[in-house]
Design a protein around this ligand. Structure first.
Ligand code: FES
Length: 71
């Protein structure tokens, strides 16, 4: 799904930018090699960044091996 119609930035583009370190809409635009036009998408991009950061943190937490208590 497109989050930015002006610059054709999709959810998966935002996800890739987040995994490369983007934490603000400006970072996402930079990572995509584009610049914002109308700015209407900023809130949606911000929400997607937060969602992706949250989901990646949960995924990382649940994929860690359990540490066994030493006797
Ligand atoms: S919708 Fe993203 S800049 Fe216009």
């Amino acid at each position: 799904m497109y989050l930015c119609i002006c610059r054709a930035i999709r959810e998966r583009d935002v996800d890739a930018a987040v995994r490369a370190g983007a934490r603000k809409p400006a970072d996402v635009f930079r990572a995509c090699g584009k610049s914002p036009q109308c700015g209407t998408c900023a809130c949606d991009i911000r929400e997607r960044i937060a969602q992706t950061v949250r989901e990646d943190a949960v995924r990382e937490e649940t994929s860690r091996p359990l540490l066994m208590a030493a006797d």
